[in-house]
Every structure is written in structure tokens, then in C-alpha cells.
Design a binder for this molecule. Structure first.
Ligand SMILES: Cc1ncc(COP(=O)(O)O)c(C=O)c1O
Length: 481
């Protein structure tokens, strides 16, 4: 593939791109219960208008584009007011939850370098339910992640386990409001005093729950405090591109004070070019996501969001009740928000992914990890309000279709082999392992339910190896020549 020798017509370019897009999930039907946060055509229209208006403006340079500085400051002010309205809180607009979480880790590392120089090998304490974005943050910044168990029934972070994990090298504690996997709110009010007592930074990740939880409380949900009103919370993340229904590329990282936020910045004039002053990871960046977020927040308004939150709240209650009533299904955790995890008895829950897909529904597999058994995840959306009954009918029909499917015997053998090999397990041993369990070509099976069951049986570092190879193979353009 090369740049075409002669440019194509606008019509041809559009036709070709439309043909690409035709292969993607038809998410506007509301049946993709993950990846998508949609509030309907009117919101999409205003978001697109604002995005296009600012598509080519560059938020790298707030002096050249002062309107983007104002838009960013207004968005941060809205987020800070939403999360406790505590004076002194500052923040920045980022490209997404991952960037916000990574910046929380970067800030903690640089804060520790300045204030606790004796720490040479900094550590961050992550409950096993903390989002993988913190693992990425630790990986990129050279901070050691210290994983701690959570309550085995509720999947909420365990304050005692966190305190036990604190060492001379700890710089940061992370908790979730709410966790992605099970949608549960960690006991922030119990963890914050531990952070304060040990003089540690404490980040509350509200990427997926931060925007909705205040509305759920107003609608009557009994939930603990989780934002800057809790003394000891030093930073928070919250995504606009999830339940504020803004286009992708919209999140915020907030700090309790300007003094802390200083350590988030990267500034240098130590080269031949222009001075770099980056509060976030990106440097040059489109003003589109910011402008679109501003537009959607102002278009929907507080009353609009409350109405939308009410729909999601009711849809979640209907789905949770339906899962409870379905013989063969079991909730994993008790969701405080609209993320719901459930598993199956008598057959692998991964068969449900295929059966639901055959009925037009997109649901997500989650592997077993530290007491959280293999499960199916759904993030309930706006359309689920009207579609809860249809979803539950499809789910019940899927369960019936799955009953006879049982479990992959290959996956059972993989589990036994992995146990036998124990700590000596190396990724290069994968094909030998596959042969040992009866797969003659040494390759993983292609069928998704079986593939998922085998991945679920492998240790996480092996799964990472398999998926790296899988993706490394996907991002290749297969030339026709
Ligand atoms: C709790 C939590 N934190 C962080 C993230 C990462 O956000 P993003 O996918 O926008 O990078 C997610 C994504 O779902 C999340 O649920």
C-alpha cells in the first residue's frame, strides 16, 4: 500500500471510508454494552459540530489559542465542582482515563523525588481491582506496582490489606470509584485516613464512576463519600468521554492543590527548538475533544444528566434483578454503579459471549483473577432502559443454548499443566504446552469460547505474551503484491 499516485475524488474517498466503517459494530442500536457511551443523535450532532469547529486548533499553545485555555479551565471547574466543590482543586483536560491515571502516577513519582529523595525504588499500592491504566503508569514511570487483595465477596478494596502493604518506599495508594470490572465503590473514607497517617498521596479513580455517582446519590443511592470532601484524597480522575457522553479523547485529572499539580508538568528548554510546557502527556493536540466536551456538557446541563442517570440506574436495577432470577447465572460482586459482572454455573461463561453475539449483543469476557472468577461484563447504557427486557430474553435464550456446552477439556488440561510447571513457566514454552494438552499444531484454538477458556487458564504473563503476538500479527497491512 502506498499513497495513491493521483489523489482520489472527495466522493471516492468518502465511499471507501464508509465501506470500512460498514464492517464495525452497529453501536447506535444500543446493543454494544462496552466501549460506547451514547446519549442519542442530538448529543452526537452538537458534539460533532463543536469538534469540527475546533478540529484544527492546537491546544499545545494556550497563548496562541486562548479560547482553548478558557474551555479547558471551564471543564476542569465543572469537574471539580462535581467532585466535592472543594476550594483549591486544580486540574487538566486529558485524552482519556489512561492518560489521567498515568499522570497520577507520574505526579506521585516526581513529588516523591522532590520531597522524599531517600526513596530510590518507589512503590504504588494497587488493589487487584484498580484499572490496568495504573499498571501502565507504573510501567512507564519505573514505579513498582504492589498489588493487594480485595474483599473476596464484595471486591471492594481492603483498607487493612492496603495498610499492611505500606513500606518505606510507598509513594501512592490507588482506589476506585467505581472499579471497571465489578462496578463497586471502594471504601474511600476508610482508606484516606491510612494515606494521611503515612503521609502518602491517595488517588481515587473516578474515570468510569465519577460522573454518575453524584447523580445516583441524588436519586437515592446509599453510597459512601468518595471525592475531595474526604480529607486525604489528593487526586482524582474522571472521564467526560464515558457517562458525560462526550466524544472520545476527554477526561480530567484533578489535584487537591496547585502545589501538587506542579509535579504533573513536563517543561524543558534544554534543546534547540521551542520551549516545551506540557501539563499532560500529549504535546500538540486537537482542540476538538475539548470543544466537543464543553458543548455536550452545556447542551445537556445538570437536569439533562440527572434524567439520563435515572434511566441508567433503573436499567441497571432491572438487569441485575433479571440476572439474579436466571437459573445458571450468578452476579460477581454487587454493583454500586452500572458496570455488572456475572458468571455461569455448569458451563463456561465465555460461551455466553458467542451466543449473545449471535443474538446481536456485544458483551465482554473478563478472565478470572485473584478470587474474581471468569465472568461476563456489561456496561449498561442509555438504550438499555428500553431494551432491558430484550437483553434479558436474549441472555436467557443464550443460557439455554450454553447448558450442554460445559467446559473446554483442553483448558482443564492447560490448567493442570500450568500448575505442574509452576514458577518455571516461560512464554517460549507455549507451543510445547499446547502440544502437551493435545493440540498437535502447538497453536491456540481459534474458536473464541475455547480460546478465552485457555487464556483464562494461563498465568497473566503468558496471556500477555499470547495477546502481544496476536496483536503484533493484526497490525500488519497484507499487501496484494
Ligand atoms: C475505572 C477506570 N479507570 C481508567 C480507565 C481507562 O480509561 P480509558 O479507556 O479512557 O483510557 C477505565 C476505562 O474503562 C476505567 O473504567
Amino acid at each position: 500500500m502506498r499513497i495513491p499516485v493521483h489523489g482520489k475524488s472527495k466522493d471516492q474517498v468518502k465511499t471507501e471510508l464508509e465501506a470500512f466503517a460498514g464492517r464495525d459494530a452497529s453501536w447506535r442500536d444500543g446493543k454494544t454494552l462496552g466501549y460506547i457511551y451514547d446519549a442519542g443523535p442530538e448529543v452526537e450532532e452538537i458534539a460533532k459540530w463543536a469538534y469540527m469547529r475546533y478540529l484544527t486548533e492546537n491546544a499545545l499553545a494556550p497563548t496562541v489559542f486562548p479560547s482553548l485555555l478558557q474551555i479547558e479551565n471551564e471543564l476542569v471547574a465543572i469537574a471539580a465542582a462535581h467532585l466535592g466543590d472543594v476550594p483549591g482543586v486544580v486540574g487538566n483536560f486529558t485524552s482519556g482515563g489512561t492518560e489521567s491515571c498515568m499522570l497520577a502516577v507520574k505526579t506521585a513519582r516526581d513529588f516523591a523525588r522532590a520531597t522524599k529523595p531517600q526513596i530510590k525504588e518507589p512503590e504504588a499500592i494497587l488493589p487487584v481491582t484498580a484499572h490496568a491504566a495504573f499498571h501502565k503508569g507504573c510501567h512507564y514511570t519505573g514505579v513498582k506496582k504492589v498489588m493487594v487483595p480485595v474483599d473476596p465477596k464484595t471486591f471492594k478494596a481492603d483498607p487493612a490489606a492496603i495498610e499492611k502493604a505500606i513500606t518505606q518506599n510507598t509513594i501512592l495508594i490507588v482506589s476506585s470509584a467505581v472499579s471497571y470490572a465489578h462496578g463497586v465503590l471502594d471504601p474511600i473514607e476508610a482508606i484516606a485516613p491510612i494515606a494521611e497517617k503515612h503521609n502518602l498521596l491517595f488517588h481515587v479513580d473516578g474515570c468510569i464512576g465519577g460522573f454518575l455517582l453524584p447523580y445516583f446519590k441524588r436519586l437515592g443511592a446509599k453510597l459512601g463519600e468518595f471525592d475531595f470532601r474526604v480529607p486525604g484524597v489528593t487526586s482524582m480522575s474522571m472521564d467526560f468521554h464515558k457517562y458525560a457522553y462526550c466524544p472520545k479523547g476527554a477526561s480530567v485529572i484533578l489535584h487537591r492543590s496547585k502545589e501538587l499539580r506542579r509535579f504533573q508538568m513536563f517543561v524543558t528548554s534544554d534543546w534547540t527548538g521551542y520551549t516545551i510546557i506540557n501539563p499532560t502527556i500529549q504535546s500538540a493536540k486537537s482542540g476538538g475533544p475539548m470543544a466537543a466536551a464543553w458543548a455536550v456538557l452545556n447542551f445537556l446541563g445538570d437536569d439533562g444528566y440527572l434524567r439520563l442517570a435515572d434511566r441508567i440506574w433503573k436499567a441497571t436495577q432491572a438487569i441485575v434483578a433479571g440476572i439474579r432470577e436466571t437459573h445458571g447465572l450468578r452476579l460477581v460482586g454487587e454493583p454500586d454503579s452500572n458496570q455488572v459482572a456475572f458468571t455461569s454455573d455448569g458451563f463456561s461463561c465465555f460461551h455466553l459471549i458467542d451466543e449473545m453475539a449471535a443474538r446481536g449483543w456485544g458483551v465482554q469476557p473478563q478472565f478470572g483473577y485473584h478470587g474474581s472468577e471468569a465472568n461476563v461484563h456489561i456496561s449498561i447504557g442509555q438504550k438499555t432502559f428500553e431494551q432491558a427486557h430484550e437483553f434479558l430474553s436474549a441472555l436467557r435464550a443464550s443460557v439455554e443454548a450454553c447448558r450442554a456446552k460445559g467446559f473446554s477439556q483442553t483448558a482443564v488440561r492447560v490448567k493442570a499443566e500450568v500448575k505442574k510447571i509452576g514458577a518455571g513457566f516461560r512464554p517460549e514454552m507455549l507451543s510445547d504446552l499446547m502440544r502437551a494438552v493435545g493440540l498437535e499444531d502447538g497453536q491456540l484454538p481459534r474458536k473464541s469460547a475455547e480460546f478465552n477458556q485457555i487464556l483464562d487458564a494461563l498465568p497473566p504473563q503468558m496471556t500477555a505474551y499470547v495477546l502481544t503476538e496476536f496483536m503484533n500479527d493484526r497490525y500488519i497491512h497484507r499487501s496484494k503484491h
